[in-house]
Every structure is written in structure tokens, then in C-alpha cells.
Design a protein. Structure first.
Length: 732
């Protein structure tokens, strides 16, 4: 039944039928993550899209019969999905970015919309005499149920007129085809215990149990692939999956137990070469002694967190790792060897690195093989323009949500002599620590400034024990060389056993950098989910009939603190069942009187209105007499509408309004207003709500759950303060 001679107006928003994906790429390379990195997932599976209807009804008019019931239906959505992350096994996930919001510790995450929400909806009892409410699976407790017959609402008794079990109402037979309105509480927390179930990608992992039970034909093991699975993810009123990024603790963390997640370069390189699942297949027996390399990187804290997510030549990866770690790699005597270039004793992480700086040979003029009139040693010098004195290293700072930052190193003496020469920025996203980035920048700067020459010479077979990266000294007095230290870069042997060698400068002290005190640059990280705080106490009053579109409006003026971005507006006729009626996104200018506003006449040229708008951080601008006459400066104070011509600033957010006042506008009574009376500047920031005239003489209850500037950090409806307001009817 919809009312005697009444009608029902149904307003329903279009229902979506599926999800908009962030990305699912077939054939994409599976990333390899060492250490800790920010990784975007690739959608592997999606299903079980659900549309949840939310229905509310409101009776409008109807005095004397012919009422109208407005039934509104909106939808929220959930979906389940699987995001592939990277090669496994990983240590775990330390956090998730959902769009702009970072959620740490996924093991304890829960998608909370509101801890407990009240809801009401209308239904026509069918011939089966039972009704399942929209939030049936999340139903927690019954509030009330009434039978509606036109303007007559008859309360029904639980246990006599109906019974309810888990959100399904079973009515007595006499209520068949009767319109009922049901109010109940439901729990709107995500039904899964956490936002994500994380699978670390080991080679024995089993399928997601949800898929095993619901979609067994789609339940894949994904062995060797780490992934995150979400059950009934709350999409809200939209249908797009959130843009998800994952804070992945990948493989080979140096000391994960103590929060040191970056990986050791030696371990990274060894895994890339020899891992049986995705490595190069390099024989372990052909790996040389890397003990010195391990000690050098450990003592200097040269730890990295690379992500290899695209096809790339292994030699390019190897070369880049060597440059970042100030080392050289070469193949000799059937093994792959690595020599660190560091030339100073360093201790760190309970490890000491002691360099070997003793030259293997001191090469004299009679050691060189010379043909004809060629020079024993040929010297090539890098141009001065390439002697850069300013080096920048681009890295991803794990302490700043993996945002891109730049570490710099400058040679001030060179800059004073030759001017600033800036090298193209070195892209080193393998680095996640500013300390490591500065070390790499300083090592690179010192190399560019002090290693300028390359040397080419030939030696006989008696020097066949020489290897790349060995240190030797060169003496060729004609070339100005007198026991000049150099490091061998390459050795080529011809058919006659002659060794053609290329070397570069290796002055002592250049290949180690000091660690200088440095203040960290903690870039701005917006807290998208920072709590907004409660609203300032709102001012509620009734609008003049001439300014109310329907003739019956409640006006609300409110604002908030420094994190306030706005608030939702909810209303209830009984203080229990609330419905949302809108949002406030602009702070109103409101405050209180700081002195008595005297009784006056209209117009009033003698009285003043002194106000303090500090709580709303409001500012007022003066007008003119014409503005006051035209009500362009309309304000409200304790039941009286007035307009003003002058506004004089007397202190921080304090004003004196006067000059020419139009008093008692819209038929409101002119009266004296004591100090502390509420004041509101009536403008576009006022929230307006058209109420049912049937509410005149009754008290309504309003709540204003606030949210922050980014739309996050919202209060729950249960936590928002309740404000009662008695409706007397429109101002004349």
C-alpha cells in the first residue's frame, strides 16, 4: 500500500555491471625484487562483482490524504581480485598504497566504512510473507518496523507480528501486500579480516582457498609468483579498482629481522647468475672468490634494492652494479672475479675491509715492448669539459614512500677555478637510501675529477700473471711518468704472446670517499588519511520563506580545524535512524557577538554589531548603503536577519559592523542581542535543507561526520556529535 490515493516516486541510479581495471597485461615480464621496493601489481584474476542496493523512503506532504512516498535507490559495489607482484619467494608486504592513501602493516588492515550504521528501507511484503533487507549479510540488530497505510503508521511487534533472523523478516499472514518500513543496524566493515591475503610465491604454495571453494576451475597455484588476493573489496559507489602499489620486502634482505631490508650486491649478483628458476644458468663452480667484494660493500653500507621488471642484457645489469659499488668484474682463470676499487680501510656492520694497494709490478722502460719509433706508453686524456665537478644521482627514497629524490656531490675548488660543470643525472633506482646515493655521487665525482688519463702499452709473456683491475706503476720519463700508479682495464694477447694492455689513473685516496654529516631532506608527504577532527559547533536556524526554494528550509553554518575539508550531513527524526542528505565542502563564516547589539529601528545608523569569527577563521568585507538595502551583506544573529554597510577590522578575525544597518529583515523581530549570541554571515557556504512541512513542531537530529582536505580521515557516523533542532516553521 502506498497511501490513500497517494503515489510512489521511485528514483534509482543506474546499476553498474562490472569493474574498471587498473591494468592487466598478458605476457608482461615478472619483476624480480631484491631488498625493498614499491611495486605495482598486474591483475591476474577478477570476479564476483556484487552490486548492493541501498533503498530509503520519505513521505512528502499528504495532510488530508494524497501523500507521496519518494523511494530512492543507490548502489555500492564489491569485487574480489588477485594482483600478481613479482618473483617469489618474498619476505612479505610492509604496506599498500590504495590510490593516494598508504596503509601500513597489511596483516592488520581492515576496510572500515563505519563501525555500525543504522539504515531504514521500505518493502512491500510479498505473498511469501518474508523480506530480506539490503544489508542482510551484515545485519546486526533490529530497531523498528512499522506498517504504513497512507498517513497512518502502525508499529509492529517483534515476536508477534514478525520475527527476524540474520536480516530476513518473516511476517504474519495478515501483512501480505502491506507496505512496511524496517529500521535496523548493520556492520559495514569489510567482510574479510584484512584488506589483502599475501602469498609469498614459494614453489610449494597452494591456491587461494577462496578460489578453491568458489571457482575451483580457476584456482591456480601461481607457484614462484608472489601475489596479493582481496575478497569482497569495498569499491564504494564507483566501479574502478583502486590504483594499488605494494611496499614489497623482496628477496635477500641483508638484515630484515632488524628492519634493514636492502640487499647485498654480492647476493644480488650471485642470485641473478645462478638461480635455477630465473637465473642465467651460470655454473656455481665458475664463481670466483668474492670475499673482498662482500667486505667492501658491507663495511661501506653499499646495499641496494633493484627491481628488474623488463628485458635487459645481463651484461648491462652487471656493469651498472659494478659502477654503483665502485668495483670491477672480469673473467680470469676460468672464474668470474670482482675487485673493489676502494683504497682505504673501512669498518661497518661488524665487518672490516682492508684494501690491497700494493702494485703487482713496477713497470720500467725496459719492460715495455716497442716497435719502431712508437712510444712505450701512449697516453690519452679526457677533455676538460668532461671533468664534471657536479654529480647528481637520482634514487628512490624508501623513507619518503619511494619518491624520486636527487643526491648531489660538488667539487667546490674545481667550481671556483673552472665554473660549474654538471654531469647528466645518473639514474640509479636500485638505490633506496640517501646515504648510499650520496656515497655513489661522491665516488663518481672523485673519479671524474682525478681519473683523467688512459694508458696503452705492451708487455711480454713474463707478465702474463697480470689481470684486469690489478695495480701497477708506470715509469716512462719521456712521457713524464715516474712510478705513476695505474689500474689495468683490459688485456689482449696476440698470436706471439704479446700483451696489449689498457689502464687508467689510480692515484691513492681517490677511490674512497668520506662520509660527511648531512641533514636529511624529508620531502613533504601528504597524509591523505589524517583524521579530520570534529566540526566546530554548527549554527542551525530556519531560512526566510522568501529565500527558501520550497518555503521550508533549515540552514546550517559550520567549519572545522586545520585538517577539516568538509563534512557529510545526516538527519534523523528519532535520533536513531539516520539518512544522508548532503555534504558541506566550504566553511561558513560564523562566530559570536563580543558585545551587546542594542535594540534599534530600521534602518539603524547608531547601533553596531561586534563579532568574533576566530573559530571559522572568517573574514568580512565592507559594503555600501545600497548593498545593505539590497541585502547583499545579509547576516543572521540570534533569530534576527540584518544587513550592514561597513565592516571594520578590530583584531584577528574580529569586526565591528555598523554605519547603516537594515534590521529585522524578512519579518524577523528586531531585538537586543546579548554578548556571545551566535552570528552567521549568510552566503553560498551555508548548507540548505528543504524539510517536510509535516515536521513543523517536531525535533530533528543532525550529525556532521567530518573528512579531511583529501576526502579521507573521515569520522564514522557513530562518532559524530548529535545536534537536536526544533522546527517552528518558516520565517515569514
Amino acid at each position: 500500500m502506498s497511501g490513500k490515493d497517494g503515489k510512489v516516486i521511485n528514483n534509482s541510479e543506474p546499476r553498474a555491471n562490472g569493474v574498471t581495471f587498473q591494468g592487466s597485461i598478458y605476457g608482461a615480464a615478472i619483476p624480480i625484487v631484491y631488498g625493498r621496493a614499491r611495486v605495482s601489481g598486474n591483475l591476474l584474476w577478477y570476479g564476483d562483482f556484487k552490486a548492493i542496493a541501498h533503498t530509503t523512503s520519505q513521505d512528502v506532504g499528504g495532510k488530508g490524504g494524497g501523500g507521496t512516498t519518494v523511494v530512492s535507490t543507490t548502489y555500492t559495489y564489491t569485487a574480489s581480485f588477485v594482483f600478481g607482484l613479482c618473483e617469489g619467494p618474498i619476505t612479505g608486504i610492509d604496506g599498500i598504497w590504495s590510490n593516494r592513501d598508504y596503509k601500513p602493516d597489511p596483516a592488520n588492515l581492515s576496510e572500515v566504512i563505519t563501525s555500525s550504521a543504522a539504515w531504514n528501507e521500505s518493502h512491500l511484503v510479498s505473498g511469501s510473507h518474508q523480506v530480506t533487507v539490503a544489508h542482510g549479510t551484515q545485519w546486526t540488530s533490529h530497531i523498528s518496523c512499522v506498517a504504513i497505510d497512507g498517513e497512518v503508521s502502525t508499529p509492529l511487534t517483534n515476536g508477534t507480528d514478525f520475527t527476524v533472523v540474520a536480516g530476513t523478516y518473516y511476517f504474519a499472514t495478515q501483512y501480505a501486500n502491506v507496505q512496511v518500513q524496517i529500521s535496523y543496524n548493520y556492520n559495514a566493515i569489510n567482510s574479510s579480516s584484512s584488506l589483502m591475503t599475501v602469498f609469498n610465491g614459494d614453489y610449494l604454495q597452494n591456491p587461494w582457498t577462496y578460489l578453491t571453494s568458489k571457482h575451483p576451475e580457476q584456482a591456480l597455484h601461481y607457484r614462484g609468483t608472489a601475489y596479493a588476493a582481496a575478497l569482497d573489496w569495498q569499491l564504494g559507489s564507483g566501479t574502478a579498482l583502486p590504483n594499488l602499489n605494494f611496499d614489497v620486502i623482496g628477496q635477500l634482505s641483508f638484515d630484515a629481522a632488524n628492519g634493514f631490508f636492502d640487499a647485498h650486491p654480492k647476493d644480488i649478483l650471485l642470485d641473478l647468475l645462478t638461480n635455477p628458476h630465473y637465473g642465467l644458468g651460470f655454473p656455481v663452480a665458475n664463481i670466483g672468490d668474492w670475499t673482498q667484494y662482500y667486505r667492501y660493500c658491507t663495511a661501506n653500507s653499499l646495499f641496494l634494492s633493484p627491481v628488474y621488471s623488463a628485458q635487459e642484457e645481463a651484461s648491462a645489469i652487471l656493469t651498472r652494479l659494478m659502477k654503483l659499488t665502485n668495483s670491477g668484474v672480469y673473467f680470469s682463470e676460468g672464474t668470474l672475479k670482482i675487485t673493489p676499487f676502494g683504497d682505504a680501510v673501512v669498518t661497518g656492520h661488524q665487518t672490516t675491509y682492508t684494501p690491497n694497494t700494493t702494485p703487482v709490478y713496477e713497470l720500467m722502460e725496459d719492460d715495455f715492448i716497442v716497435t719502431g719509433d712508437e712510444d712505450p706508453v701512449t697516453i690519452s686524456r679526457r677533455p676538460s669539459v668532461d671533468a664534471f665537478n657536479h654529480v647528481k644521482v637520482e634514487f628512490l627514497n624508501a623513507s619518503n614512500q619511494f619518491n624520486t629524490e636527487v643526491a648531489e656531490a660538488k667539487d667546490l675548488v674545481s667550481i671556483d677555478l673552472f665554473g660549474l660543470r654538471t654531469m647528466d643525472s645518473i639514474k640509479a633506482h636500485e638505490i633506496k637510501s640517501p646515504v648510499v646515493a650520496r656515497t655513489v655521487a661522491q665516488n663518481t665525482l672523485q673519479y671524474l675529477q682525478h681519473v683523467r688519463n688512459t694508458y696503452a702499452f705492451k708487455l711480454g709473456w713474463k707478465h702474463c700473471l697480470l689481470e684486469p683491475t690489478d695495480l701497477v706503476t708506470l715509469t716512462d720519463l719521456a712521457a713524464g711518468l715516474d712510478k705513476t700508479p695505474v689500474r689495468i682495464l683490459s688485456i689482449e694477447e696476440d698470436e706471439e704472446g704479446v700483451l696489449s694492455i689498457e689502464a687508467e689513473d689510480a692515484p691513492q685516496g681517490v677511490f674512497s670517499s668520506m662520509t660527511y654529516p648531512h641533514q636529511e631532506v624529508g620531502g613533504y608527504i601528504p597524509s591523505y588519511n589524517q583524521p579530520s577532527g570534529a566540526i566546530n559547533t554548527p549554527v542551525l536556524f530556519e531560512a526566510p520563506k522568501a529565500l527558501a526554494a520550497t518555503g521550508h528550509e533549515i540552514w546550517v553554518a559550520t567549519s572545522g580545524g586545520e585538517n577539516y575539508g568538509g563534512c557529510q550531513v545526516w538527519i534523523s527524526s528519532d535520533g536513531t535512524n539516520y539518512k544522508k542528505i548532503g555534504e558541506i565542502v566550504s566553511p561558513a563564516r560564523h562566530g559570536f557577538l563580543t558585545d551587546t547589539m542594542a535594540f534599534g529601528t530600521d534602518p539603524d545608523t547608531t547601533s553596531t554589531c561586534k563579532v568574533d569569527l576566530s573559530e571559522s577563521s572568517g573574514a568580512l568585507t565592507p559594503g555600501t548603503i545600497a548593498d545593505a538595502d539590497n541585502r547583499a551583506t545579509l547576516a543572521w544573529v540570534d533569530g534576527e536577519f540584518f544587513a550592514y554597510s561597513t565592516a571594520t577590522l578590530t583584531g584577528s578575525h574580529r569586526y565591528t559592523l555598523g554605519g547603516y544597518l537594515r534590521r529585522g529583515l524578512y519579518g524577523t523581530p528586531i531585538k537586543a542581542h546579548p554578548s556571545q549570541s551566535p552570528f552567521v554571515r549568510c552566503d553560498g557556504a551555508i548548507f540548505r535543507y528543504a524539510y517536510d512541512p509535516a515536521l513543523v513542531g517536531k525535533t530533528v537530529f543532525m550529525k556532521f561526520p567530518a573528512f579531511n582536505q583529501f576526502g579521507g580521515g573521515g569520522q564514522s557516523l557513530a562518532d559524530a556529535a548529535e545536534y537536536a533542532f526544533r522546527i517552528f516553521g518558516s520565517v515569514p
